[in-house]
Design a binder for this molecule. Structure first.
Ligand code: UD1
Length: 383
């Protein structure tokens, strides 16, 4: 009988939960794989954490590290200390990390120093903006990982340019989209009236769905107010549904940012309810990474409220427009987005709901080859 591959699959913050869900589900199909979930506790509120585990059909984690909030150093150190104990006790063959949050960085460093192999899912993405904590997390994780699972060609290009061996770089597609398709299917069988936002949606046919939480956008009063000015203009034309992230909630109160009454402030929503709203929106405005990809996969117009993106394929092929963070640039993107109504966009290669399958095939040695040859030249996307 083949030896069992012991895997610790790490998640810590909201966007990680969507990514581990399909990986975990497909992993269950392999009798020779023993895949355990580690939740670092970076996010801990019911709406930011447990609600997602329930929505995403994830079981309770096998290990919960209870790291909680803190400065980057404090949070990262707490996760590292707790994860080291788990690794020493569980002795995994492989630690699998996803995305670019502090948990990704912390757990990859701990594993590597214990000589445990590290797989990074969503490797190689680069915003080339070192003022983003996520960019540092991506670069450090990618400098020590053993397997690189890439969502788009730019990721492979970046990794090869940084000297990673080509045989370790696998273009597998996007687990975020695996999860999206799975959840869409589930949503189709669900009665919309079970959502608290059902009535709100019924009353409005032409609305904007907004998410905003990046420290660079909300932590300073001037930046938040500048973006709010643009949003208030948009809200004069159509209602805006805004599930508010805990960071933004704090900052709204602290800075006393004025938002139009036509911007509906909602609590953080579970995955299904959020999808229920944004899939039918006239436009999504966001500074999230995942929504840039998910809107492209479903052909929903999207404006990214940032100066750059580490996901250039969503602009080159998909519905995403980089809106910047100034009132005027956001509104220019808004008008451009309305002008593109009816235009058809493409779905990026391998965003077909099978990324997790490709990952496990590679890990278990029943490899479907996912060569990174034929990659086009680098084009950074900046405004
Ligand atoms: C983190 C990730 C970011 C990701 C985002 C998604 C890093 C560096 N950042 O940012 O990449 O896009 O998650 O949500 O890893 N808080 C709560 N309840 C919670 C969690 C946090 O109230 O369950 C509060 C904390 O007090 C904290 C603030 O929200 O002050 C921000 O949380 P934190 O985890 O530090 O960073 P995020 O902004 O969520």
């Amino acid at each position: 009988m083949a030896a069992t591959l012991k895997v610790l699959l790490v998640a810590g913050a909201r966007p990680n939960f969507m990514k581990i869900s399909p990986i975990y589900r497909v992993g269950l199909k392999y009798a020779e794989a023993d895949c355990r979930i580690v939740h670092t506790g970076q996010h801990y509120d019911y709406e930011m954490s447990q609600a997602f585990f329930e929505d995403l059909d994830l079981p309770a984690p096998d290990f919960f590290l209870n790291a909680g909030s803190g400065s980057h150093a404090v949070q990262t150190a707490r996760i590292m200390t707790a994860f080291e104990e788990v690794c020493l006790a569980a002795r995994p063959d492989l630690v699998m990390v996803v995305g670019d949050v502090n948990s990704t960085l912390a757990c990859s460093i701990v594993a590597k120093k214990l000589l445990i192999k590290v797989a990074h899912v969503e490797a190689g993405l680069r915003s080339f903006d070192l003022s983003m904590p996520e960019e540092i997390n991506r670069m450090v994780t990618d400098s020590i990982s053993d397997y690189f699972f890439v969502t788009e060609e730019s990721g492979a290009r970046n990794l090869l340019r940084e000297g990673r061996p080509p045989e370790t770089v696998h273009f597998v597609g996007n687990v975020m989209i695996d999860n999206l398709f799975y959840q869409l299917h589930k949503l189709a069988g669900r009665d919309g009236r079970t959502f608290s936002t059902y009535k709100l949606k019924q009353g409005q046919k032409d609305y904007v769905f907004l998410t905003l939480h990046r420290p660079s956008n909300v932590d300073a009063k001037e930046s938040f107010q500048e973006i709010a000015d643009a949003l208030n203009y948009v809200a004069a034309e159509r209602p805006v549904f805004f599930p508010v992230h805990p960071r933004s909630s704090k900052m709204l109160a602290e800075h006393n940012v004025k938002l139009s009454d036509n911007i509906y402030l909602l609590p953080p929503l579970g995955f299904q309810e959020s999808l229920f709203l944004w899939k039918d929106a006239a436009l999504v405005m966001t500074d999230s990474g995942g929504l840039q990809e998910e809107t492209t996969a479903l052909g929903v117009p999207c404006i990214t409220i940032r100066e750059n993106t580490e996901r250039p394929i969503t602009i080159e092929m998909g519905t995403n427009i980089l809106g910047g963070t100034r009132r005027e640039t956001i509104l220019e993107a808004y008008r451009r987005s309305l002008d593109r109504k009816g235009q058809r966009f493409a779905v990026p290669p391998k965003w077909d709901g099978r990324a997790a399958e490709r990952i496990w095939k590679i890990l278990m040695g029943s490899e479907e080859k996912n060569h990174v040859t034929g990659i086009r030249p680098i084009r950074e996307v900046h405004r």
